[in-house]
Design a protein around this ligand. Structure first.
Ligand code: GLY
Length: 396
């Protein structure tokens, strides 16, 4: 049985795990990342919604605070990542052009208005606009609309471009091992490493657990569950597709469309999402989910009818008991960065700042540090300590 020693072992090579690895590298640490298929989990399906406003529902003010704090850190995070990866500015596709929220019928509008009342209470900046104003802002929106709102603080980024950039940085400076971790190693109540599926033992000063919905199988104090969702990738004519993110409700069913930058051939990728199920993890796309997403997307954005359906992708979000992330120390030697549920991409920038703070990396500035301090309590993994054991291993 072979063994390796490192300063920081990151379990999980999705957008969160590689972000943690990059920040650990900035401390000068020797870093190993374990993942059998880096980036092939929730990151692969994610549309890249940076939506602290429309993703926060009733009772989720803590999540709204985390999301808002993270959104503010995104421009500096994207810029630093592009620089580290040797990419030109804008390469990770951060767009801060706002979001149009639309309601298909009167019942959908009633729900949207209740949400707008909540946003007003929480001072999130969204406001109702007329259907005509909605079509003026986004001409791709169709005629059948009961109402709309402009959401100036919800944006988007290209998650696959972000993951590619992180991969470039991490592969150049760390060891990326394409194997799954099967257990953590404990000594005197502290986590001191992990064992991978080939039996290799890793001794590490710090283990960062960022294995998405599978985190709970390694540590009972990370009570994650899979929340599978399907997204579709369309190739659309720029003139017949939206230029800003559009999200809507069609007879109670949520749908969104995130348009990427227009290519020189006058076409663009549009990501349509997303289903959301409470079931076991699998990568199988249900016909009914594709049907429902396309039916609802084309009713709001009729020009998408002509688009080419390039890809259907189903992966599991990492849910937590309160659908808010687990971000912080959970035991000596064990840092959790998991349970980001529907907001993994949005919360990547705050996760980077939290890992900086935890590992002593050069912080992304006083704003980043202040954001971590102001929001840490909402994501503290020890909030579940009374319910889930934090001194033993996995539940699987
Ligand atoms: N963040 C959107 C989703 O999870 O579908």
């Amino acid at each position: 049985m072979s063994s390796r020693r490192c300063d920081v072992l990151v379990i999980g090579g999705g957008i969160i795990g590689l972000t943690a690895a990059w920040r650990a590298l900035e401390t000068g640490a020797n870093v190993v990342v374990l993942d059998p298929a880096p980036g092939d989990g929730a990151t692969h399906a994610a549309a890249g919604m940076l939506a602290p406003v429309m993703e926060a529902g009733f009772g989720e003010q803590g999540l709204a605070r985390l999301g808002t704090a993270s959104l503010a850190l995104w421009p500096a995070f994207a810029e630093a990542l592009e620089r580290a990866a040797g990419l030109p500015p804008g390469a990770v596709g951060l767009e801060t052009t706002g979001t149009l929220a639309v309601a298909y019928d009167g019942d959908d509008l009633a729900v949207l208005r209740r949400l707008l009342d909540l946003h007003r209470e929480w001072d999130l900046g969204s406001a109702e606009i007329s259907p005509d104003e909605a079509r003026r802002r986004e001409p791709a929106v169709g005629q059948r609309l009961a109402g709309a709102a402009w959401v100036p603080r919800d944006h988007q980024v290209d998650p696959r471009a972000v993951h590619d950039a992180l991969t470039a940085v991490v592969v150049a400076r760390a060891s990326l091992v394409r194997r799954a971790a099967v257990s953590l190693t404990w000594a005197d109540g502290a986590v001191v490493g992990a064992v991978d599926e080939a039996g290799t033992r890793y001794a590490a000063g710090t283990v960062v657990l960022a294995a998405g919905h599978a985190s709970g199988a390694l540590f009972a104090g990370a009570p994650t569950r899979p929340v599978p969702g399907t997204t579709l990738r369309l190739d659309a004519d720029a003139d017949r597709s939206p230029a800003v993110v559009v999200r809507g409700t069609v007879q109670g069913r949520p749908v969104y469309a995130a348009p990427r930058a227009v290519r020189p051939d006058g076409r663009r990728e549009v990501v349509v999402g997303a289903s959301s199920d409470e079931r076991e993890d699998d990568h199988l796309t249900r016909a009914g989910d594709v049907f429902a997403l396309l039916r609802d997307a084309r009713v709001l954005l009729p020009g998408l009818d002509d688009a080419v359906l390039l890809e259907t992708t189903t992966r599991s979000r990492p849910g937590s008991p309160d659908n808010t992330p687990l971000l912080g120390w959970a035991a000596d030697g064990l840092y959790l960065a998991t349970g980001h549920h529907r907001n993994g991409i949005l919360l990547t920038a705050l996760t980077a700042a939290a890992v900086d703070e935890a590992l002593g990396a050069a912080p992304g500035g006083t704003e980043a540090l202040a954001a971590v301090e102001a929001t840490a309590r909402f994501a503290d993994p020890r909030r579940f300590a009374d319910v889930y054991s934090t001194t033993r291993g996995g539940t699987a």
